[in-house]
Design a protein around this ligand. Sequence first.
Ligand code: NAP
Ligand code: LUD
Length: 285
Amino acid sequence: MANIIDGKAIARRFKDTLKEEVNFLKGRSVKPGLAVVLVGDNPASLVYVKAKGKACEEIGINSFQYTLHKDIAQKELLWQISELNNDAKVHGILVQLPLPDHLDEELILEAISPEKDVDGFHPVNIGRLVIGKPLFQPCTPMGIMKLLEDTGMELAGKDAVVAGRSNIVGKPVALMLLHKNATVTICHSKTLNLREKVKKADILIAAVGRPHMIKGEWIKQEAVVIDVGINRLDNGKLVGDVEFEEAQKRAAFITPVPGGVGPMTIAMLMHNTVEAAKRQSSGYR
Ligand code: NAP
Ligand code: LUD
């Protein structure tokens, strides 16, 4: 039976450490600030944005939340971002995704100053991750790496399979695993025979967004399974991309949904925001 990786508890530990650090910064008159921009009223986004505000409050980070109308003009949103880029109280800026269709996501993300891009989505930050000289790294993949670290498992030489190739999860986590010397296979909707790939994985990162599509019987004995998927079923229940019950019988470690990767995403956002505040304050380079 697999050990369950308690993402909520691990996130708690990170947040406790950050709280102490924020207290220390206070003594030096630095109060980290995070601006979260939400466009429209996507119900899942509302939940996540609220959780981010709550985490800021717990840790002592100033949180500035902007809820903008779903029909906002692109140039107005760009103006809002430039205001935040120029606001010294704001050290981190995050525009919650997905954005309404009329907005050009790439352009909006590029408008955020790379120095304040605590999501790590700006092309400069992605590029730095690719060459192994990261500034800000995307929060979900960073959280996944912390969970893997917590298992104590050596990653070098292991076969890692990443199911999903999005810019926010699959691609960056694949790069991070590569930097830790895993041998990485990235799978996607055109991959032939996903089952055979998964069966060989010592480390499986499931980030597909399809409830229970990874069958428990595909999991290699003693594998580490990180389930990133958050899927809400019609009955309101949240489930991951992996058949948890069956997978648990084979894996050495597995993350639950909820209570796995999700809380770590938020803890890493807090980490990036504190780092941003330190970098932007004189004497902290
Ligand atoms: P996304 O942008 O929708 O990407 C999904 C990826 O899965 C795509 O690369 C897609 O392939 C691939 N895919 C879809 N169907 C597949 C299939 N049948 N077989 C193999 N691959 C398939 O999603 P995302 O933003 O990466 O998010 C993935 C999941 O993680 C979602 O459930 C999301 O809610 C969750 N999530 C959780 C957190 C967290 O903090 N816990 C953070 C972010 C996302 P193509 O590229 O070929 O289309
Ligand atoms: N956009 C994210 N869009 C969606 N789950 C998150 C997320 C917390 N710009 C930008 O925050 O990093 C982002 N930056 N994302 N996500 C997903 C993605 C974004 C997802 C889940 C959770 C953040 C979370 O706390 C809880 C859990 O897994 O235990 C469950 C919460 C629930 O839905 O009840």
